[in-house]
Design a protein around this ligand. Structure first.
Ligand SMILES: Cc1cc2nc3c(=O)[nH]c(=O)nc-3n(C[C@H](O)[C@H](O)[C@H](O)COP(=O)(O)O)c2cc1C
Length: 479
């Protein structure tokens, strides 16, 4: 499978990919409890501003035993790592790259089960026990172990067209778990269509794959529209699929996944799910979710369970990159002078930053209005080409010095939004949104920027590198 800047070999499995990163992976060789400890490590890394993938070699289950499978988390916490996995060298150019790639399609190839690594081991009946998986209990207030990076694949019964989305599952019993597709998600729509016929909904949950596949399979599409060619388009080559064990060609699954869990969601079978951490950083309330009755678990020989830190960068980064691509397409359509878009993880998908190169009057506001129309974006900020979108200090500087509320603000009320935004009062279904134009326009007569002397700056940087070992260098962080 080829990608823009090299070759992505997505067939080798997560263990091989993690090994290929060598010392850039945080390998934890001592036992680490799946209950709280794995996620606490992610929080500790986040507080230290560090985002390596974490490979927990001996996950400790709730009964004290060591799981037969290792666990990998934080695989998508670093923007740079996600982009590198996708074959994109410059992580600052992801918006334009994604906007272009999301238009492309590459049809998948289907291989027989005998050639599918994920079908190497098949567990059915009493052997299929979800409780043997190192599923994590992530945060205080969570009710039990969750699969947090499971891609649920369903098909629309009318057209037979597939849909895939990461959707959490709370493991309740050996072969019983809730599976939570948001009510307006395409998987929920497919499920309701099966139930409308009085039939159970077949569902395959595939967990763990090369991170590029995991990210690409989540591309946002219309309904019904297959995710497989769209994932192939983003990856730069076809994805390998195989017929599922129970549903055959009617429901195909990625041949190179780590695990595939197949099951049925019966009409009327629901159970409590949550509270669970959301991308907002808050715990979402318990909801009613479909129950998935598990028929089988198949896996690779040394399968690695992919876990995703909910509410952490791990959860935010991939979807935010996809948002950048979508916003770039929307805003570029009305603003040829748009340079770049960034959706910073700490803005939680509610904040978008747009950069322009001297756009004429009206154009920046057009682009801001286009960005505000996209789903969760609540605040869109426009800056000039000299402002680094990836440096919050520079964006703050632009807002502080290039913006007037009476002149540079657009406010639009009553737009659609995510109901997970905790600032919405109960019952409210729309958001009040704002665009802030912090670009300078010609003729404003702004003073020149205060720059240091270039030669003196080069000498100062050389001096600092010679003094790098001085205790003073680390003694006084900004706060
Ligand atoms: C880490 C992560 C966890 C997610 N958890 C859920 C979830 O539990 N339920 C859900 O419906 N969507 C979840 N999503 C979003 C889905 O992947 C998907 O975007 C959404 O279900 C809409 O899917 P659709 O475009 O097929 O309608 C999650 C996304 C990520 C990146």
């Amino acid at each position: 499978m080829s990608a823009a800047n090299g070759v992505i070999d997505a067939s080798a499995g997560l263990a091989v990919w993690l090994e290929s990163l060598g010392g850039q992976v945080l390998r934890v060789e001592e036992p680490l409890a799946v209950e709280y400890e794995v996620t606490a490590l992610q929080h500790a890394l986040d507080r230290a501003g560090r985002y390596p993938p974490v490979w927990v070699r001996k996950p400790q289950l709730a009964d004290g035993g060591i799981a037969a499978f290792s666990l990998a988390t934080n695989l998508t916490a670093s923007r740079r790592l996600v982009c590198a996995a996708l074959g994109l060298g410059d992580s600052r150019r992801a918006a334009a790259w994604w906007a272009e790639r999301q238009q492309q399609r590459a049809a998948p190839v289907t291989v027989p089960a005998e050639q599918a690594p994920v079908r190497s081991m098949v567990l059915e009946g009493g052997e299929a026990d979800l409780r043997r998986l190192p599923a994590t209990v992530q945060h205080q207030g969570n009710p039990g172990p969750y699969l947090t990076a499971a891609h649920a694949t369903t098909v629309d019964p009318e057209s037979g067209i597939d849909n895939s989305a990461i959707q959490r599952c709370w493991i309740k019993e050996a072969r019983r778990m809730t599976w939570f597709p948001y009510p307006n998600s395409h998987n929920a729509r497919n499920m309701r269509a099966w139930h409308g016929r009085g039939e159970p909904c077949p569902v395959a949950l595939w967990v763990g794959h090369h991170p590029a596949v995991s990210v690409a399979a989540q591309v946002k599409l219309g309904h019904p529209e297959s995710h497989w060619p769209a994932a192939g388009g983003l990856l730069g080559g076809p994805l390998r699929l195989t017929p599922s064990l129970h549903f055959g060609d009617r429901l195909k699954v990625p041949a190179d996944a780590e695990f595939v869990i197949e099951g049925l969601a019966h009409p009327g079978a629901t159970g409590a799910d949550g509270p669970f951490a959301e991308y907002t950083g808050f715990l979402g309330p318990a909801v009613d979710a479909p129950i998935c009755e598990v028929l089988s678990i198949s896996h690779r020989p040394h399968a690695v369970l992919h876990d995703c830190g909910s509410g952490l960068a791990d959860n935010l980064v991939p979807d935010n990159i996809a948002m950048e691509g979508r916003l770039y397409s929307l805003a570029k359509a009305v603003s040829p002078r748009l340079l770049n878009v960034h959706v910073p993880a700490d803005g939680r998908r509610f904040l978008a930053l747009l950069q322009f190169d001297g756009a004429p009057p009206g154009e920046v506001r057009d682009a801001l209005a286009a960005a505000l129309a996209w789903r969760r974006v609540k605040t869109a900020v426009a800056v000039d080409a000299d402002i680094d979108l990836f440096d919050a200090r520079q964006v703050n500087w632009a807002l502080a010095t290039r913006f007037q509320w009476d002149r540079d603000l657009i406010r639009v009320d009553g737009l659609s939004t995510s109901l997970l935004d905790p600032s919405l009062e109960p019952g409210r279904k729309t958001a009040s949104k704002a665009g802030l134009d912090a670009t300078l326009r010609v003729g404003r007569g702004v003073p020149p920027v205060a720059h240091p002397d270039a030669a003196a700056l080069a000498r100062a940087e050389a001096l600092l590198s010679r003094l790098a070992d001085s205790a003073a260098m680390d003694a006084w962080p900004a706060c």
